[in-house]
Design a protein around this ligand. Structure first.
Ligand code: Q6M
Ligand code: ZN
Length: 673
């Protein structure tokens, strides 16, 4: 359905006209380098774009006061001295004769993006804008922001399209206090923000940015602040917050529209953020949000001041919106202690509002999390900071590798009487397996191998896996006579042939033959009902849910907070997704699972389904092709037994798998209640 890109060079036509160290990083080149990178990588051409319009007074008044709008309206006519003085009443922002025009274009671009997505002209998109918006408040400019682009977009979507639930994900490294203030009483807008905080020592130094500010009145629980109390947070820290806070809550909330305050000052090399997450992480953050709200995602640029990591991050985001295979996740060594402390605090203050967090550990009793360090601005500390910033800006990291889409997106291996789904290619190998292979197959598969169609299916699958490894085919789907028999053989083949790692996800209680070795070449995660034997060896994990996979809440919760962290940390080169007969999983939950898993292994997923599952070939193919999964509806609380099961498994496994951790020292003395 396409990806929109809204950009206008006009927004590069204002800049700081006087000396102000706080504002000197906000330069027009931020936009030009980002757009040029999109062009250079052939991404701009693949997006749908059009002229952008200015936001109208009525649009701006959705969020701002008339007095403020009238005051900003006068700025194009002010002298330099007047502009300087006007600027002085606000914090860390500057005005320019052309900024009012640009601010109207920035907000207008965000609104047009909402229009394009809500009317179905495109599936998703990005607005590349300046000035940013998330700090601006009802009657005040702040932090380079004049009008609050994303807050306006949310109000606009509510009003014009009767959207009942909007999720705003603010991954910029600063707290979008303007967005928070706008919606703090509003349960129809869930605002999530992570931000450099350092116990209130970092700008904008607000008590309001801490984890215990959760929204007021009806809006309680709909404001989620994740303070970073140390610099240097990395990919693991970011993903941990997604897996253990944002995604479970977002799925429970069930937004009809997702807006992203897409600031890239949270990337490595940024002089403001001083974090260490690499640009490829934005591919994953984007991918993980892309199945919410039926795929309706609008990303609006906020910050990002390193002119190398900014364009790289923008490209990663747009390329993911376009559906290209995600890069392999990098540097996942587990969250740091400070991140775990924040994670623990956030989960505990929100446990009373979100059933997915009900089981979260209590607020830590120690002072660590609640202590707030006095704000002292020592002079020597300042110079030290400047040096630190230089070091950060001189940081080097590898350029994200090119992401090439295989010529064939989705190949299917189906019996002749099952039609090939749209946009897929039927696949079979003419090559008859050599005698050694045939005999090996016979040995392994006994009676089934005497059936020539089973044999040719198997050789097709082996050849398909090879082609996936060579990047000729991205993913595939097959109906097989007996998944339990085929899987161990394929796994063995894939793991030995390529000498790589295979993630096997099994939905339903197939009793897979032949034991999986514990050698790390395969990681088996099986979801079944309580008749299956619960297993939690490092590489062989079985989660037994009360009602098998039929309970959407329990199933989804397991996928988000157990399977995804495991999958990301394991970092497979191939994902085998198996659906046994009568798995009980509903279509939409299955589609979310299929979509989410494609963040791994460059999207190399092979789905194997028991031949009785013919009816879901179409929906599975659609998910493999990257179509957004249909919404799951607002999730009810998962069954208590299931939550306990998931927690038990998570606790056991977190020694081996660090992305499963949600508290500091959970396995040691400081065990949670
Ligand atoms: C600057 C202090 C400079 C959109 C945004 C804006 C950030 C404003 C930061 C102001 N402080 N040492 O969130 O990136
Ligand atoms: Zn920022």
């Amino acid at each position: 359905m396409g990806t929109a890109l809204f950009y206008d060079e006009e927004m590069t036509k204002y800049k700081l006209l006087w000396v102000d160290p706080a504002c000197k990083i906000e330069v027009p080149e931020r936009l030009t380098v980002s757009y040029e990178a999109l062009v250079k990588n052939g991404l701009a051409d693949r997006c749908i774009s059009g002229p952008i319009r200015e936001a109208t007074d009525a649009d701006i008044l959705l969020v701002h006061s008339e007095e403020y709008l009238e005051a900003v309206k006068k700025t194009p006519y002010m002298t330099l001295e007047d502009l300087k003085e006007f600027t002085l009443q606000y914090g860390d922002v500057y005005f320019h004769p052309n900024i009012y025009h640009c601010a109207k274009l920035a907000a207008g671009a965000a609104l047009q993006l909402v229009d394009s997505v809500m009317t179905g002209t495109v599936r998703n998109g990005m607005a590349l804008v300046r000035p940013p918006g998330h700090h601006s408040m009802r009657s005040a400019a702040n932090g380079f922001c004049v009008f609050n682009n994303v807050a306006t977009a949310a109000q606009y979507a509510k009003k014009k399209y009767s959207v009942e639930r909007v999720l705003i994900v603010d991954w910029d490294i600063h707290h979008g206090q303007g967005v928070q203030y706008c919606f703090q009483e509003d349960p129809s807008v869930l605002y999530f923000s992570w931000h450099r905080y350092e116990h209130q020592k970092f700008w904008p130094n607000l008590r309001d940015s801490d984890f215990d500010i959760i929204g007021t009145d009806k809006g309680a629980g709909f404001n989620i602040n994740v303070p970073w109390n140390k610099v240097g947070m990395n990919n693991s820290d970011y993903l941990s917050i997604f897996f253990h806070v944002l995604l479970p809550v977002a799925y429970e909330f069930c937004p009809e529209l997702v807006l992203v305050c897409a600031g890239f000052d949270s990337a490595i090399g940024d002089p403001e953020g001083e974090m260490c997450a690499t640009p490829d992480i934005f591919a994953h953050l984007t991918h993980l949000l892309m199945n919410l709200a039926g795929g309706k995602l609008c990303a609006v640029l906020e910050g990002g001041y390193n002119l190398t990591s900014l364009p790289q991050s923008v490209c990663q985001t747009v390329q993911t919106l376009l559906g290209d295979p995600a890069p392999l996740p990098t540097n996942l060594f587990g969250p740091c202690e400070s991140a775990l402390e924040s994670l623990h605090c956030v989960r505990s203050v929100h446990r009373q509002y979100w059933s997915c967090l009900k089981h979260a550990a209590e607020l830590p009793t120690s002072e660590i999390s609640t202590k707030r360090i006095k704000i002292e601005e020592k002079e020597d500390e300042k110079t030290e900071n400047e040096e630190e910033k230089k070091r950060v800006e001189e940081k080097v990291w590898p350029e994200p590798p090119k992401r090439v889409s295989p010529l064939i997106h989705t190949a299917v291996v189906l019996p002749d009487d099952v039609p090939c789904p749209n946009r897929c290619e039927r696949f079979s190998t003419l090559a008859i397996p050599d005698l050694v292979t045939v005999n090996k197959l016979r040995e392994n598969l006994l009676e089934a191998a005497s059936d020539s169609s089973a044999l040719s299916t198997l050789s097709s699958l082996i050849s398909l896996i090879e082609k996936m490894g060579q990047n000729e085919i991205r993913n595939g789907l097959a109906l097989v006579h007996d998944v339990c028999m085929v899987v161990p053989y394929l796994v063995q083949h894939a793991a030995t042939a390529s000498n790589r790692r295979v993630l096997v996800v099994c939905v339903g209680d197939a009793r897979l033959r032949s034991p999986f070795k514990d050698d790390g070449k395969t990681l088996l995660v099986q979801f079944g009902n309580k008749e299956l034997e619960e297993k939690h060896n490092k590489y062989n994990i079985t989660v037994c849910l009360q009602k098998g996979c039929t309970d959407i809440s329990g199933f989804t919760h397991t996928v988000l907070s157990l399977l995804l962290p495991l999958g990301y940390e394991y970092d497979p080169s191939l994902v085998l997704l198996i659906r046994s007969a009568d798995s009980g999983v509903c279509d939409s939950a299955w589609q979310h699972l299929t979509g989410l898993l494609q963040g791994l292994a460059h999207g190399r997923t092979l789905v194997l389904m028991q031949e009785t599952e013919k009816a879901c070939v179409g929906i599975t193919a659609s998910s493999l092709l990257g179509d957004a999964a249909p919404s799951l509806g607002q999730l009810h609380a998962p069954l208590l037994e299931d939550v306990e099961t998931i927690e038990r498994v998570r606790h056991r496994l977190q020694v081996d798998w660090k992305l499963l951790q949600t508290t500091v020292m959970e396995t040691g003395r400081g065990d949670s209640p």
